[in-house]
Design a protein around this ligand. Structure first.
Ligand SMILES: Nc1ncnc2c1ncn2[C@@H]1O[C@H](COP(=O)(O)OP(=O)(O)O)[C@@H](O)[C@H]1O
Ligand SMILES: [Mg+2]
Length: 418
């Protein structure tokens, strides 16, 4: 039964729905970018999602040549021509935009009418791509973690055997006996292997944090002491800039000190003589990130690498209206060699190292520890200029309470995990 008949014959007859207004509302509401091209190939209409996607103002879109708006990273690609050629067309492309960087999108076009108009829709795939990437990474790391834990255990026992035997042997020789020197080499190398195996186990089976109230400043101070020798030999100048009256956090100070030590040694090793190593500790506020962001996109807006800017702006847009997060943040800033883009992508991978004697586990372990604290670690770098590592500790009230609770309830568990 239609509404008109239900209301009786006295009700005024209903018109057809106002199509233009409906289409307008749909366009405005869509999260997919929409672009309408007239038969002469000029922009006839578009929606706000497209402005956000391309980070271009409405007036500029109307004035732009469609081919420039739809430029992809592939030279010679001409989406506009393709759109006018086929009745329907769909593919994934990476748009090359001046303002939003490279944006992966699903491009769809529909040719309608005669002469032909073209409707283009662009669905932003940034978030989806990032989630897929993160998922693959986690799968890979989980397998790697299990594998390395297994191997580390297998190595540990024979290694202990070699170490003890060499120790016994060493005692049999006179100190001046040159054979003693060789045995000492064995012992030194065993110790080195043991350190690697310990790091491996730490990475694969991180200790549960034992949380208590501590300040980040106290951890930083401890680290500059621990790394004192390395800092002195490298001739790097240390500066600490801590905001006053920062509250204590519920953290495992030993583990956070370890993170800071890893990051500090990396910075020192990357610094030339006379470099500056600077720690900044402060409270920061930033928009709540969407679920499952990439690790380097954990930066606050404006701190992102250029290559992440596209993804970041897309992520920020989605986060809008989700409120703010408060953090205490430690920045470790060096004036060292910096990190090339190719390295930046891999530096958190276990075993990735550019050093002759590195284990490549420092940052992997640091990341695991930060995650166990509900925090994040992010890196920003400029080749030849220096590197900044950001450690973010979220300050949600709820979080603090839970952490405090955990500090007690998880202790027995911590005891039987190694
Ligand atoms: N502050 C820094 N400056 C330049 N490169 C860095 C810095 N921190 C880390 N890196 C790069 O990241 C890699 C991985 O670091 P890490 O996981 O600590 O392992 P390792 O120190 O054993 O190499 C390093 O080999 C280095 O190439
Ligand atoms: Mg390191």
């Amino acid at each position: 039964m239609s509404i008109a008949t239900a209301r009786g014959k006295t009700a005024p007859p209903h018109d057809a729905p106002p199509k233009d207004a409906l289409i307008r509302a749909l366009m405005d509401d869509a999260t997919t970018g929409v672009l309408l091209l007239d038969p002469s190939g000029q922009v006839a209409d578009h929606n706000p999602a497209l402005e956000r996607l391309l980070a271009v103002k409405s007036a500029d879109i109307r004035a732009a040549a469609p081919a420039a708006l739809l430029r992809t990273v592939v030279a010679g690609d001409d989406l506009v021509r393709e759109a006018f050629k086929a009745a329907k067309h769909e593919r994934e492309v990476v748009l090359h935009t001046p303002r939003a960087g490279d944006v992966p999108v699903r491009f769809r076009s529909y040719r309608v009418g005669k002469p032909a108009w073209v409707l283009v829709t662009l669905q932003d795939l940034t978030q989806m791509r990032r989630m897929q990437q993160e998922l693959r990474r986690h799968e890979r790391l989980a397998t790697l973690g299990q594998l390395s834990a297994g191997v580390a255990h297998e190595i540990r026992n024979p290694l202990a055997g070699i170490g003890t035997s060499a120790q016994v042997l060493l005692k049999r020789f006179e100190p001046r006996d040159e054979r003693a020197r060789f045995v000492q080499v064995i012992l030194d190398e065993v110790a080195r292997l043991d350190r690697i195996v310990t790091s491996l186990l730490q990475y694969a089976r991180p200790r549960t944090p034992e949380l208590r109230a501590a300040t980040l400043a106290s951890c930083v101070e401890k680290v500059t002491g621990l790394a004192g020798e390395a800092i002195a030999t490298s001739g790097v100048k240390v500066e600490i800039d801590a905001a006053p009256r920062l509250a204590a956090l519920y953290i495992d100070p030993d583990l956070i000190t370890q993170v800071l030590l890893n990051v500090t040694l990396n910075a020192v090793q990357a610094s030339p003589k006379g470099g500056v190593l600077r720690y900044e500790i402060r409270k920061v506020r930033r928009r709540r990130p969407p679920r499952g962001p990439g690790r380097r996109a954990d930066d606050a807006p404006g701190e992102r690498r250029a290559s992440d800017r596209a993804e970041g702006s897309a992520a920020d847009r989605r986060a809008e209206g989700n409120g703010w997060l408060e953090y205490q943040q430690v920045r470790v800033i060096d004036t060292g060699v910096g990190i090339p883009r190719g390295v930046l992508e891999k530096m958190f991978d276990p075993f990735f190292t550019t050093k002759a004697t590195g284990t490549g586990l420092g940052l992997s372990i640091s990341q695991t520890i930060m995650q166990e604290h509900g925090g994040t670690i992010a890196v920003d770098s400029r080749e030849g200029r220096g590197t900044t590592v950001l450690l973010n500790f979220p300050l949600e009230k709820r979080h603090g309470e839970r952490r405090q609770h955990d500090a007690h309830s998880e202790r027995p568990d911590a005891a039987h995990r190694r």
